[in-house]
Design a protein around this ligand. Structure first.
Ligand SMILES: NC(=O)c1ccc[n+]([C@@H]2O[C@H](COP(=O)([O-])OP(=O)(O)OC[C@H]3O[C@@H](n4cnc5c(N)ncnc54)[C@H](O)[C@@H]3O)[C@@H](O)[C@H]2O)c1
Length: 440
């Protein structure tokens, strides 16, 4: 793909875009319902940068700030078609009702449509998500066989709906903790592992493999190892598939990435950050299992370390006690409550405390992220941007970066990077905020 003063050549967003969702629980059904509510005029795309965000172009005095969706060619919501897999056979309507995020008054007008979105049988094994079991599961002779079945689902979906392009966003449960091992170290070893049903190949990796192998962009909404190891990078390089990192940045970590850059900007020190959550949805139940929680914990803990850079600021951040807890508490449903106690210190070492109590709605925060990731990944694909899309870090707790490069977690730097990437794609001047020209 070429880049010129006019930007990159980007193929137009013609035809239908299929959004593949492995895991059709609370987040996925809230996303699907919301998109349909928006396209039928029942709702506004609140929280979505692709739909409501603007991008400033040129000087502040130029007054050019188009909507992002008018500035870069994104798929139209009317062109989006949904497909997915789940362990439970419920349609998106039944699953949304069970998830309890959206109220009946909002679901009722969408019922006919949501009933048409039915999950295909899943690649699933309870040893990787301990607290789940359901009947809508594929049987296969090997993990390779299961991968072939997923590929057949994707091909059929594409054909039946006359789709021009596809993207995949994992919205399934958080799987048990795995570090990348030998089987993940190269494509050849991973493919051999599929043939031999290697125990360290998790279901989410099978979906990711099928997508990336077909050149379909892939993002992972959960923190488990899935598309972020050398074999997948090798595959993405080969097929040109764009991939983004993992774990939607919502709720408590969103708050952390808002507050921590502020403390650091003012060189306020920190002794500790204690975070606890109560959560009563199925995700909370899955995370009640220590092995799934471990996956989440690693993703959540990484954020502060990278923002505060204790190696550069040992006097301020050299000794932080960072604790994260999630407690499954059914009465709260999807309406999570996240408490944070932050112990900071200022001039002459005097201590101060900040308490945050965020009564949030997890899936309401996550749904626009699914939409933006899907549309931006599709844009990246049409712009010939393959492999890791670091500019999408803005949406993720564990951004993916080039091997050896530390991730940028500060949400405002992430947003600047995202918007500058869009300017770059369109051949517009990047904005540095230097602004000396206003004073010449
Ligand atoms: N909501 C948020 O704010 C947020 C933020 C970050 C990450 N996440 C992650 O997003 C994911 C989805 O969250 P949720 O609240 O929708 O959870 P959920 O439990 O409501 O939905 C997950 C769905 O995935 C299905 N599933 C599990 N394994 C599967 C497999 N192998 N194949 C197909 N389906 C499978 C489950 O049956 C379930 O229906 C979770 O991993 C969660 O940790 C959510």
């Amino acid at each position: 793909m070429t880049t010129s003063a006019k930007g990159r050549d980007i193929k137009p967003a013609e035809g239908k875009l299929g959004i593949l969702l492995p895991g059709m629980g609370a987040v996925a059904t809230t996303f699907v319902a919301g998109v349909h509510a928006i396209r039928t005029g029942l709702s506004k795309p609140i929280g979505s940068l692709t739909q409501m965000g603007t991008v400033r172009l040129g000087k502040r005095t130029d007054n050019r700030a188009p909507l992002i969706k008018d500035f870069v060619p994104l798929a139209a919501l009317d062109d989006v078609v949904f497909g997915g897999w789940d362990v439970y056979p419920d349609s998106a309507y039944e699953a949304a009702k069970k998830a309890g995020v959206l109220e009946e008054k909002d679901l009722a007008p969408l019922k006919t449509f949501l009933e048409t979105v039915k999950p295909w049988p899943a690649v699933f094994d309870p040893q990787y998500v301990k607290k789940l079991s359901g009947p809508n599961v594929k049987k296969g002779k090997s993990k390779r066989d299961l991968a072939d079945q997923v590929t057949a689902d994707i091909d059929k979906f594409k054909k039946d709906n006359g789709l021009a392009r596809l993207v995949m966003v994992w919205c399934g449960s958080t799987e048990v903790y795995r570090e990348a091992g030998d089987v993940h170290s190269s494509l050849a070893k991973f493919e051999k592992g599929l043939d031999e049903s290697h125990p360290d190949i998790l279901p989410s990796m099978i979906y990711a493999y099928c997508a990336i192998k077909a050149g379909i962009p892939y993002a992972n909404g959960a923190p488990n190892l899935s598309g972020d190891f050398p074999a997948m990078l090798e595959l993405a390089k080969k097929t040109g598939a764009p991939i983004a990192g993992k774990d939607f940045k919502t709720g408590q970590t969103f708050m952390k990435t808002l507050l921590a850059p502020g403390f650091k900007a003012r060189l306020l020190g920190m002794n500790g950050w204690y975070s606890t959550n109560i959560l009563g949805n199925r995700d909370g139940e899955v995370l009640d299992d220590p092995e799934s929680f471990k996956t989440k914990e690693v993703s959540k803990l990484g954020v502060l370390e990278h923002i505060l850079q204790p190696a550069l600021y040992p006097d301020l951040y050299g000794k932080i006690h960072h604790v994260v807890r999630i407690n499954y508490y059914p009465p709260r449903g999807d309406n999570k409550e996240g408490w944070d106690n932050i112990d900071i210190f200022g001039w002459m070492g005097y201590p101060m405390q900040i308490k945050v109590d965020f009564l949030c709605r997890d899936s309401i925060l996550a749904a626009p992220i699914v939409l933006d990731l899907a549309l931006f990944l599709d844009l990246a694909s049409r712009a010939g941007m393959s492999g890791i899309q670091e500019w999408l870090s803005f949406y993720l707790k564990s951004p993916q970066t080039a091997p050896g490069l530390y991730p940028e977690h500060d949400i405002f730097i992430q947003l600047m990077k995202l918007k500058n990437t869009l300017r770059h794609l369109r051949g517009e001047e990047l904005i540095t905020h230097l602004g000396l020209e206003y004073y010449d």
